[in-house]
Design a protein around this ligand. Structure first.
Ligand SMILES: [Zn+2]
Ligand SMILES: [Zn+2]
Length: 456
């Protein structure tokens, strides 16, 4: 069994990985790089000839894992795509949104290759979607390979993937959280009999304070919301439409029930609403906390979102003493949170609360790291705005801490660890830790793009 990283760069970009054994080829994830545009945003599928994939497996429905799936399916039209049912259904909504975003970018930014796929293609592609439950091994067509999905605790439907062939076993964590979030429960991963681990390393560069607790972090967020409310301001929480929007909705509900924040209107954005409908649809059928709870009906603070067709970028009105959970989480140019922030951060009564990962080079990162009063530009076509609002960050990530991932690897004690989905400094931390804890028993590998790595 041989591994190749099809990501173009060593960071969190267009995740896609190829597993080859003899004539058999399995593609795991086909993501798009959120920091790139046009064809550069796609993985480099060069080593995978057309129509050669026996199966495509998708870990979860975030853009950096599923965004290029239609492009992969065009190259492998007869290949089945295996995933959990929520990943397939939520992924479909994400990809349709992606067509809308690409279509407007084609005009705004003159990216002539956009859209890279169409709504019609997405409808046709569904014929190849094959849904599999968690923890049930299944065979990949015309191969001697079996696979299984295991709850990754990251977002709805997210799964780590086991691949077994000829006595060898590998496990790909995908994006994982080993601690429970508000909705998502902790990952439920296998630990025995794994020869090779492919791990995400997103937070390797982040040192969590020794006295960290999620509860204290939520209380700190509640205090910011209370103080902002008292000051007659509003709170903007930039969130991913998928996962973080729903987590924040339920968190606000909890904080209000606990008497930690006052009754105040909660606004969510367009794509976030569509995804929330699916979270509610699966409320009894996915492993989660608050099973049966319906976000759109049971979160009383929620301002009922207006149903509207078209791209999820409608103008959001500002009102004082409200909470805005708007996507995107990294405040990417052209998104609702980016546009809203331009009219929001110059008001000293307001506050911005970051609750997730922001990549360097993104507007979210710039705002998060700005000095009070510093003028920043959120998008090239916008004026500079002074950062007068309070800006605070909270460790409520959907990704595991680096310690939790390291402890998992140390429990598994695989022969090989392949590090993906992280910046080089993040991987340096893991490499140093494993050199101490695993020694020579485990080979620690950073797979360069396209480098062939023999697993067994
Ligand atoms: Zn993810
Ligand atoms: Zn990811």
């Amino acid at each position: 069994m041989r591994f190749r990283n099809l990501t173009r760069r060593l960071d969190i970009g267009a995740n896609s990985y190829l597993f080859e054994s003899g004539k058999h080829r399995v593609l795991v994830d086909a993501g798009m790089d959120p920091k790139e545009t046009g064809l550069k945003a796609l993985p480099d599928m060069g080593p995978l000839p057309h129509r050669a994939a026996n199966a495509i497996l998708v870990s979860h429905a975030h853009h950096d894992h599923i965004g290029a799936l239609p492009v992969a399916q065009r190259a492998h039209p007869d290949t089945d795509v295996f995933m959990t049912e929520p990943t397939g259904e939520v992924g479909t909504a994400m990809l349709h949104n992606s067509v809308n975003v690409m279509t407007s970018q084609r005009e705004e930014k003159a990216i002539t290759e956009y859209p890279l796929f169409t709504h019609r293609e997405l409808d046709e592609n569904r014929a190849r979607y094959v849904y599999r439950d968690l923890d049930r091994p299944f065979e990949l067509p015309d191969t001697d390979i079996t696979a299984s999905f295991h709850d990754a605790g990251h977002i709805i439907g997210s799964a780590g993937i086991t691949i077994r062939q000829n006595g060898g076993t590998l496990f790909y964590t995908g994006d994982v959280n080993f601690e429970p979030q508000t909705i998502a429960r902790a990952a439920d991963f296998p630990v025995d009999g794994i020869d090779v681990l492919v791990i995400e390393t997103t937070r390797g560069n982040y040192q969590r304070p020794a006295d960290y607790s999620r509860k204290a972090e939520k209380e700190r967020l509640a205090a910011l919301i209370r103080e902002t409310h008292e000051a007659n301001g509003s709170v903007l929480i930039p969130v991913f439409a998928l996962g973080k929007t729903q987590e924040v909705m339920l968190m606000m509900h909890e904080l209000h029930e606990e008497g930690l924040i006052p009754e105040m209107p909660l606004h969510i954005g367009g794509l976030g609403t569509k995804i929330t409908v699916l979270y509610d649809h699966y409320t009894d059928r996915t492993r989660r906390n608050y099973a049966g709870f319906r976000l759109l009906e049971d979160v009383e603070m929620l301002v009922p979102p207006r149903r509207k067709k078209g791209p999820a970028r409608r103008h959001i009105e500002y009102e004082p003493r409200a909470i805005y959970a708007l996507s995107s989480g990294m405040m990417t140019e052209g998104t609702t949170s980016n546009q809203f922030a331009a009219r929001f951060i110059d008001n000293a009564r307001n506050a911005v609360a970051f609750v997730g990962y922001t990549d360097v080079e993104t507007p979210g990162y710039r705002l998060r790291n700005a000095r009070p009063g510093e003028k920043i530009r959120l998008a090239p076509d916008q004026h500079e705005v002074p950062v007068n609002a309070r800006v605070a960050s909270f460790d409520l990530s959907a990704h595991a801490s680096r310690e939790a991932i390291a402890e998992y690897v140390e429990k598994v004690r695989p022969k090989k660890v392949l590090m993906v989905h992280g910046e080089p400094p993040a991987q340096d931390w893991f490499a140093a830790r494993f050199a101490e804890t695993l020694g020579r028993e485990t080979e620690v590998i950073r797979p360069e793009p396209h480098m062939a790595i023999d697993l067994w």
